[in-house]
Design a protein around this ligand. Sequence first.
Ligand code: PMP
Ligand code: GLU
Length: 398
Amino acid sequence: MTNLSNRGRMLKPSVTLELSALARGLQDAGRPVINLTAGEPDFPTPELVVEAAHHALREKKHFWYTPTPGVKPLREKIAQVYAQRLGVPFTFDQTVVTNGAKQALFDALAAVTDPGDRVGILTPYWVTYVEQARILGCEPVEIPCPADGGFRPDLEVLERELGRGLRVLMVNSPCNPTGAAFGRRDWEPILDLVARSQTLILSDEIYEDIVFSDEGHVSPLHVRPELADRTCVVSGLSKAFAMTGWRIGYAMGPADWIRAMSALQGHTTSNINAVTQQAALVALDHRELIGPMVEKFAARRSLVLQRLAQLPMVSAHEPEGTFYIYLDVTKPMQSRGDDTSSLARWLLEEHAVAVIPGVAFGDDTHLRLSFAASEATLNEAWDRLANAFAMAVRPAVG
Ligand code: PMP
Ligand code: GLU
């Protein structure tokens, strides 16, 4: 037995990645499982982007280390695109290209926290935030976002925790898992509280292009650009460009914060894959490729919202963004004596539908279902769910 460190013992695998691998494994073994765990688009990466990678290989742009924070044209492109999108004059030295948004989040946290620091996390949260804070020896501080308030943060708790001192507040709109996307009126009171503190903002905007509300994506920097000197924005191409496997994310922020992230990357993973960087340059020049995919997500969202009515005793907040629907399963859980893990296991084992239990997101009342699947798959999945939940709420006979 290896004598693991305290950190090594504490590390937990990503529940989302584990369950999605389990569902895929069952499918590969011939089980008729429908996998709604996946936090990834079901489309292939657009052909133009794939061709850019082929071109980079043919042009032999693949066999050197690139500069650690990314090749200059890509950093310049990111700075230009996000200066325009966010209305903040980013320059290329305020950007770093990372192995997915996940690494950007970790490096950003590592660059500004010391062990023992308190990190504010809006809850329900994406599973990785809490684990990253813990790996760094920080204390995750949950700020509840109640379902009956549309998953907006409880401002009293936020104010209290800011008063006790938070080194960083992690925010994520559109939100995985809840699908909530904050508008200007949601952000204003949150950012006014933050502005009165010393707290830094780490804004995960990876779902920025998958938004269904009329207001569109609203970043904290749209609302309070004066907070740019203490905000790091993280995004990437994984979701909107269907590029999860390419591992491309990036961050924009104050130059010293970004420099520290780049130094950390230089000692952990070096630069990201050189070919991916060339493909990313082309993707960022062709944002029109996103439109048709987002239209498909919108149609699927309508489909699952229609089908929701057929699930007895189950409700959901209408997702304003992302490709997840977050089902409140409190009543069927009570009727079966389950928690979200056992309910999810029952759905997988007895009804062949794989979903993520809310407990992974710090909330034991909901299940997260992806609608990044074909309409036929979604229809079949929701038939199975309707059947399962009808059984769950039927009174026991005898
Ligand atoms: N943030 C959120 C909220 C996510 O859902 C994901 C998906 N994995 C990531 C960050 C990380 O994205 P990437 O695949 O680019 O690392
Ligand atoms: N973000 C996705 C999800 O929540 C992908 C899995 C992961 O990176 O954890 O399912």
